[in-house]
Design a binder for this molecule. Structure first.
Ligand code: UDP
Length: 239
């Protein structure tokens, strides 16, 4: 017997890297398919899901800075990269029988709806996944911050931060073999111990809005559904 759903509405943050799989850049077919199957599992449990997708697998504004490009220009490119990932994700979701809409923070109306909070809420209520593309629409921000922002805006119960590691440790487990793994940790403790969870802006927003964050490993099959059922998976950050 499976436990019932604990979180009814979630904001899932997928990094660009999480779509990349074993490739050096771009979108890996098997990886996106596997991710979408996991999303569908939670979706089929009746969880309302908003997704913020990153763009690091295609472009990072900060990285472009080292080539001499103006930061804001690079960030515009980074935001467009997130839109490409959002379209790929929408396509993969649809192929798996999940209805999904893309809402973009930058108006590109031939390709995607523009972000309108009320419309996003209606989609969620009607059982559609909403993919929030183009970050916040502003340079100097990240998609982690977008996840915190959209999560707060849609009244999500939790932000699910998909990563390549099992959760939060007291130190890098690759360097410190006996590092402590936290099943739960408070926002204050994360600050005190100077642990990296999300960037500072995203973290501050979640903390202030009392929006818990679950850090979990997207590479573990079925992890999204387990997290949504409140099972023992990853690290919960709470106030
Ligand atoms: N970006 C931005 N404003 C935002 C969100 C993203 O300018 O609100 C740009 C920024 O250049 C960033 C890139 O988009 O480097 C990709 O986002 P991010 O690095 O957060 O992607 P991830 O690391 O999650 O793949």
């Amino acid at each position: 017997e499976q436990s019932p759903v604990k979180y009814k509405r979630v904001l899932l943050k997928l990094s660009g890297e999480s779509l990349m799989g074993p490739d050096a850049f771009g979108i890996n077919r098997e990886t996106i398919q596997s991710t979408v199957e996991d999303i569908k599992e939670a979706y089929d449990m009746g969880v309302q899901i908003g997704i913020v997708v990153g763009g690091g697998n295609i472009f990072r504004g900060v990285a472009l800075g080292s080539t001499g490009m103006e930061r804001t220009q690079g960030d515009h490119m980074g935001m467009l990269a997130t839109l490409m990932n959002a379209l790929a994700l929408q396509d993969a979701l649809r192929k798996n029988g999940v209805e999904a809409r893309v809402q973009s923070a930058l108006n590109i109306e031939r390709i995607a709806e523009s972000y309108i909070r009320g419309k996003a809420l209606r989609h969620l209520e009607k059982g559609r996944i909403v993919i929030f593309a183009a970050g916040t629409g502003n340079p100097y921000f990240t998609t982690d911050t977008t996840a915190a922002l959209r999560g707060a805006e849609i009244g999500a119960d939790i932000v699910l931060k998909a990563t390549m590691v099992d959760g939060i440790y007291s130190a890098d487990p690759k360097k410190v073999p006996d590092a402590t793994f936290y099943k739960t940790i408070t926002f204050d403790e994360v600050i005190k111990r100077d642990l990296k969870v999300m960037d500072a802006t995203a973290f501050a927003l979640c903390r202030e809005q009392n929006l818990p964050i679950k850090v979990f490993n997207i590479r573990k099959k079925g992890s999204i559904a387990r997290v949504c059922r409140g099972e023992d998976e990853g690290t919960l950050v709470y106030n």
